[in-house]
Every structure is written in C-alpha cells, then in structure tokens.
Design a protein around this ligand. Structure first.
Ligand SMILES: [Fe+2]
Length: 285
C-alpha cells in the first residue's frame, strides 16, 4: 500500500491522454489520486511529474496514447498485433469522464446481458435478451482473463452493418483497468474488429475512459465511427454512474450471479487474487 493504493494497481501502465492532444507547455492530469504535471516541449518531448516526487515518471507511447506508471510494472504494455495491421482503420474515440469505479467500467464492458436494455435496437433488442453460455478462463501465462465463444443477436452490430446479425465476441482483460473486445467484422469474414477500453482511474469512484477501435471499414467516415462509439459509451455512462454500491464488491455474496455473469465472476476472482482494492469494496457481506 502506498497512499492507499494497493501494489497491484500501482504497478500498472495507465493511459493519461491521446498523445496528439497534449498541449505544448504545462498541463495537469491525475492518476490514482495523485496530481500530475505534464510538460511538453515544442519538439514533442514529454515529461510527467507526480506531486511529491522529483524524478519524472516512466512513460510509454503506444496506440497513440501516452502511458505512465506510479509503480514498477512487471510487464510491458500488452501485445495487440491488430494495431500494427496496415489496412485497419485506427479510430481513437476521445475521452469520457465517468463518475464510477474503474473496475465497474471494465466489468460493464464485459457484460452482454445489458445490450438489449441499454443499447436498445443497436447492440441488442427484445425478444433476443438471453445470453448464451460461453467460455471463460484466466490464462495464467499471459495473466489475462478471456471470455470466448460469446454470441449475441444485434440489430446493428457496427456502423457498417446492414442488418441484424448474430455477432461473435471474444473479451480479453489484460490488466485490472484495461480491456479489449474482438467482434464479428461485418466487412471481413475471417477477421475481428477490435475495440479497446483503457481506464485511467483518477480516484476510486471517478475515471477517464479512453476507447479506441481498430476496424476493417472502408466506407464510414472517421467522424461517423467516433460518433457511433460515443453514442454507445454515453449510454453506458448513465448506467455506470447510477450503479450502487459505487465500489465494486469483490465478495461474491454481495450480488447474485447468473449464467451471464461468468466473465464478471472470473474478473472479480482474478482481481482478488492480485489484491486489487482500488475502486473495490472489500468489506465482507
Ligand atoms: Fe454497454
């Protein structure tokens, strides 16, 4: 524990911003309850300083984002080979501030059961409300949570989708606060569209979420693609900001699981194994 931050949360890489949007000069940011000063030179060189520390923070530049850590990550930023495929559209979707626990944001991203009710007529529609069973595992070598063989009927799975389709999904949680989904690509039968959500916890109950997409889509404009993703995420934000309790309960007795919750159960178990408490409530029921 350091300033109330558990070691597992401290020793991670976090997105601070889309690098191209960081202004030259000094600007303020925040991570895990710590105020940051970002200094960008005219030649683009960036340094980030955390309150109370002299040495600048370690930084990484990946997926168009500036990443930083307050701790000592055991690993580099996770691999994402699709990001380097030349024919993909790289679509950074801006940043959304959410008054919710970062762990809740990741858990909501993994949840298919809410599609028909929150993203009505887009990612789901009645009467197709049932979540089919799927496979979940904690992959020990990569230390990631994966949910595979997920399917859901979607009226408009992507902006480029013409009709309703049964969409296939895979979900991946790389770190406690970063997650990616792979979904059926309406334009390329043998490839996946990739959508990432990288959460920057400001405080236990307040975050910035950085969505990003790597798509196969030659038709839609970038603005249209961003608007589509933002519409989806703003629908999620309403739900996220009204979830109670605000902090994610890691004791399984707190909330009653259903079959649809298999990924959530694995995610919570994995968080607990790691000792992640930032944004979690660990008080037993
Ligand atoms: Fe959602």
């Amino acid at each position: 524990m350091q300033n109330g931050i558990d070691k597992a949360s401290l020793d991670q890489w976090y997105v601070l911003d889309t690098e191209a949007l960081i202004p030259v000069g000094r600007s303020q940011n925040r991570l895990l309850g710590t105020d940051l000063t970002v200094v960008k030179q005219a030649d683009g060189v960036i340094e980030v300083f955390a309150e109370g520390r002299v040495e600048p923070l370690p930084l990484r530049h990946r997926f168009g984002f500036l990443w930083a850590t307050l701790g000592q990550p055991e690993r580099e930023i996770f691999p994402l080979p699709e990001a380097d495929e030349p024919d993909r559209r790289y679509v950074p979707c801006g940043v959304v501030t959410v008054k919710a626990s970062g762990l809740r944001i990741v858990e909501n991203f993994l949840d298919m059961a809410h599609f028909p009710f929150v993203h009505t007529d887009v990612l789901g529609a009645e009467p197709h409300t049932e979540v089919q069973s799927y496979d979940v595992e904690i992959r020990r070598e990569e230390d990631e949570v994966w949910a595979t063989n997920c399917t859901f009927f979607q009226p408009q799975a992507a902006l480029s989708a013409q009709d309703g389709i049964t969409t296939q999904y895979m979900y991946r949680v790389m770190t406690p606060f970063t997650t990616i989904l792979y979904k059926t690509c309406p334009n390329a039968a043998n490839r996946w569209d990739v959508i990432g959500l990288f959460v920057q916890p400001l405080d236990p109950g307040r975050c910035r979420a950085h969505p990003i997409m790597y798509l196969i889509d030659d038709v839609s404009t970038t603005t249209e693609l961003i608007h589509f993703q933002q519409m989806i995420f703003l629908q999620d934000r309403i739900i996220l900001e009204n979830q109670r309790p605000v902090l994610l309960p890691l004791e399984p007795r707190k909330e009653i699981p259903t079959r649809a919750d298999a990924s959530s159960i694995a995610y919570r178990r994995w968080l607990k194994e790691k000792g992640v408490t930032y944004g979690a409530s660990t008080v037993a029921a």
